[in-house]
Design a protein around this ligand. Structure first.
Ligand code: BDR
Ligand code: CA
Length: 320
């Protein structure tokens, strides 16, 4: 609804990310939407590729958006209790494979990402900062472990991760972001914070079909061309795997939800994380059908107005 887009207050957000082409598009969408979100900082984490690349890639994206003043922080270089698993098979060696890109010149902040998250939540008025994790939940889980007092101060966590009907993408049972650091995810889902989840069930409906990618290219801008080239690169993997018409643009769903929540629908349910089983490690055990008496702890999205989402995204990218 148009009214909803203009009347929602500006939300202060921290984007926690492991860019990743789809993370990059999410960052661009946020930086292009100052009337909806105020990006207090971008905290990077190891995930799709190791930390040295994710912290570099986040700055490449800020410079592409002509926002070099954005604060970018370096965070955890490995999951809380496990060795790192990466996804170069999807995102390429750099994490942003596709177009040729210059190394960034903007500075990285000196403060550790986890300290920035804790300090910001303690400094800002309680209930006014939303966390937007787009990668493994290591930075957020570590912050909550080090400073349990911040849980009560978070407005909401809106994250990309997990799956129920779609089950898994990195293993038959688990989605990548949750699988990489299940202990961190477990902390988040048990934190009592209001959590909104964009699982594969939703993001697999946000496909980069040819007309949608043509619309990015038709913007005829550096950003439009870059996003189209990123998409061309990473969609080869999903097209081959799923036989679909394009790749899911996972992470921008998180930012789109903050801008236009009525694009999404879901259910308030209980979500628990499997941390023990070797076979189903990182599974989001989502009680979609309400068959347990476990209390609801998350808004688990199941559907998206995909055309509305791509229209919003293309319009916003056109501003950069
Ligand atoms: C998630 O994993 C990464 O490959 C993407 O960036 C996204 O955050 C999808 O499972
Ligand atoms: Ca990601």
């Amino acid at each position: 609804m148009q009214g909803q887009m203009t009347t929602n207050p500006i939300r202060k957000i921290i984007i926690d990310t492991d860019p990743g082409q789809d993370d990059a598009v999410a960052i661009l969408l946020a930086l292009a939407s100052p009337e909806n979100v105020d990006v207090l900082g971008i905290t990077t984490v190891a995930g799709n590729v190791p930390l040295p690349l994710t912290k570099k890639n986040a700055r490449i994206v800020c410079e592409l958006a002509k926002r070099p003043e954005t604060k970018v922080f370096s965070g955890c270089d490995r999951p809380m209790q496990r060795p790192l698993v990466t996804a170069e098979h999807v995102h390429g060696k750099t994490g942003l494979d596709g177009p040729v890109m210059q190394d960034p010149t903007m500075a990285l902040q000196h403060q550790h990402a986890v300290d920035f998250i804790i300090e910001t939540l303690r400094q800002e008025p309680s209930g006014t900062v939303t966390l937007c994790p787009l990668g493994p939940l290591t930075n957020i889980g570590t912050a909550l472990q080090q400073a349990p007092d911040i849980a009560d101060r978070v407005q909401e966590i809106v994250l990309m991760g997990g799956a129920y009907f779609e089950v898994g993408n990195i293993t038959p049972a688990a989605e990548f972001n949750i699988y990489v650091d299940p202990e961190a995810a477990d902390i988040v889902f048990k934190s009592g914070i209001s959590v909104t989840v964009m699982p594969l069930d939703t993001t697999h409906k946000a496909l980069t079909t040819k007309p949608r990618v043509d619309a990015f290219r038709a913007l005829n801008t550096q950003v439009g061309n870059m996003v189209a080239e990123w998409t061309d690169f990473f969609e080869r993997f999903d097209k081959e795997k799923y036989g679909s018409n394009g790749a899911p643009l996972h992470d921008p769903c998180v930012i789109a939800y903050l801008i236009q929540p009525d694009l999404f629908s879901g259910r308030m349910i209980n979500v628990a994380i499997e941390t023990q089983s070797e076979l189903t490690l990182g599974m989001t055990v989502a009680d979609w059908w309400g068959v347990t008496d476990r209390p609801a702890n998350a808004m688990f999205m199941g559907d998206i107005d995909a055309d509305g989402f791509f229209n919003l995204l293309t319009e916003r990218l056109g501003r950069l």
